[in-house]
Design a protein around this ligand. Structure first.
Ligand code: TRP
Length: 456
């Protein structure tokens, strides 16, 4: 074992800082870009209900599991398993997590690049139209280009790399603490505008009036995948952040707060978008471009819309950046602790590697469009392989590890802060969830959703 592994290990400096960083990881393009379009593509309210169940019964317990082992071991995703079970191959779960971080970053930096570009397009007046045809054209031109989207992807990597290099406290914690509240306030303003559009009611009923005939196994798999992606769980990001959390923090309480706040932000993004979708005569199932085409039309129909639109994309960029910090930190914590790389070297090599891989996602809308893996473009493949396969499978193993291998006594000790918190009942309920409910639910959804097991 390397002796100097834990010397001068950084951590989050306050409870507010912990919430900001963890929520900063959870809140991201997942809420503002993915949640609305996946909801739109899967029929609205019924999907949201299934999603909420997935968050409460699967996502949240896995988040807590990751925090528990992260904080206990004070190690990165791979190191945590190695410390607890040095003689068994559990560390492969962490290894798969590091791989997932690369794959998610590959497409995430691409979309974040579009968002960064939109800040400048909206400021420059290139998005001034209430006609969807016009805003569609701006989007298509951007993503089907070559140099422009690649340029923005590189900008994204440089920005996130710079913050990461500044460290956990001075980089991640400081940046997220300032920016999360601002995001929230802006969403409220935009929601008010959206709700007062003529025709808003149709959008609201799409969001909140479930039509259960729309639920299929594909829908359930999409909801489960989104729950993992949203809460940043299943690949060790929360093990890594957990390792920076103070031993006196109430972990279950914090995880619940984060899950609630994150869900609220998703619903608020839905309220910002769907009334406008229907008001302007769009279809809700247009896929990933939903945000980029609809939001400009909403802003353009309000006074001072251009300024608000700039703010909106600035804040979406911030949310995306906060989320990417956690993805990068998984790789950085791993390489600095397991290989003793300096933070600087680790960051530079990581963003270089992500840049190379990520360019294949970005260019899959243009020159690489005809290359496919399992019938999907690179972009779609990275997205599907992580959200719908790697994260849920990672979740199964994390749950099995904490529930069966690490076990009740250790969970109880860590969850109660060595007996300081009186939460025995909660621990017992939690053990049932993590030992049985989580793994069984995921296995079933995966088998059926990936068509390994078929009815009829
Ligand atoms: N949760 C983030 C979002 O919704 C994305 C994200 C950040 C993530 N870190 C992660 C997803 C780790 C999976 C795993 O945008």
């Amino acid at each position: 074992m390397k002796k100097d592994m834990h010397q001068k290990r950084e951590g989050f400096s306050s409870s507010i800082g912990v919430i900001a960083a963890v929520l900063g990881s959870a809140v991201g393009l997942g809420n503002i870009w993915k949640f609305p379009y996946v909801t739109g593509a899967n029929g609205g309210a019924a999907f949201i209900l299934v999603y909420l169940l997935c968050v409460a019964l699967v996502g949240l317990p896995v988040m807590l599991a990751e925090h528990l082992i992260g904080r206990h071991t004070k190690s990165n995703a791979v190191g945590a398993f190695k410390k607890l079970e040095p003689r068994r191959p559990w560390f492969l779960v962490g290894g798969a997590g590091v791989l997932s971080a690369f794959l998610i970053m590959a497409f995430y930096t691409s979309v974040a690049g579009w968002v960064y570009a939109y800040i400048f397009k909206s400021a420059g007046g290139m998005l001034i139209s209430t006609k969807p045809e016009d805003t569609s054209l701006v989007f298509t031109t951007l993503v089907s280009g070559v140099t422009e989207p690649l340029f923005w992807q590189i900008v994204v990597l440089l920005v996130t790399g710079t913050i990461i290099m500044a460290g956990v406290t001075k980089g991640i914690e400081r940046v997220t603490k300032i920016l999360m509240p601002i995001l929230f306030i802006l969403l409220i303003i935009i929601d008010i505008r959206s709700l007062t559009l003529p025709g808003a009611a149709e959008g609201l009923s799409f969001l909140f009036k479930p039509d259960f005939s729309k639920i299929t196994v594909g829908v359930i798999l999409a909801a489960l995948g989104l729950a993992f992606f949203k809460l940043s769980v299943g690949m060790g990001a929360m093990i890594t952040y957990g390792s920076y959390i103070d031993k006196n923090e109430n972990l279950p309480k914090m995880a619940i707060k984060v899950a609630l706040a994150d869900t609220l932000v998703s619903l608020m993004a839905g309220i910002a978008i769907f009334p406008a979708v229907f008001a302007f005569g769009f279809k809700p199932d247009v896929g990933p471009k939903l945000l980029f085409v609809i939001i400009p039309t909403v802003f353009n129909s309000m006074p001072f819309g251009r300024i608000f639109m700039v703010f909106f994309f600035v804040l979406t960029a911030i949310a995306a950046t906060g989320a990417m910090l956690s993805l990068l930190e998984v790789i950085i914590a791993y390489s600095t602790e397991q290989y003793q790389w300096t933070r600087r070297k680790a960051t530079l090599l990581t963003i270089l590697a992500i840049g190379l891989l990520g360019s294949t996602a970005t260019l899959s809308n243009s020159i690489l469009a005809q290359f496919t893996v399992f019938g999907k473009t690179f972009f779609d493949f990275y997205d599907f392989a992580t959200s719908n396969v790697l994260l849920p499978v990672g979740g199964i193993f994390i749950a099995l590890f904490v529930g069966w291998q690490w076990g009740h006594t250790n969970v109880k000790r860590e969850m109660s802060n060595e007996g300081q918190l009186k939460n025995d009942g909660l621990v017992r309920v939690y053990m049932v969830l993590i030992k049985y409910v989580v793994p069984i639910a995921i296995v079933l959804v995966l088998l059926v959703g990936l068509k390994i097991l078929q009815f009829e």
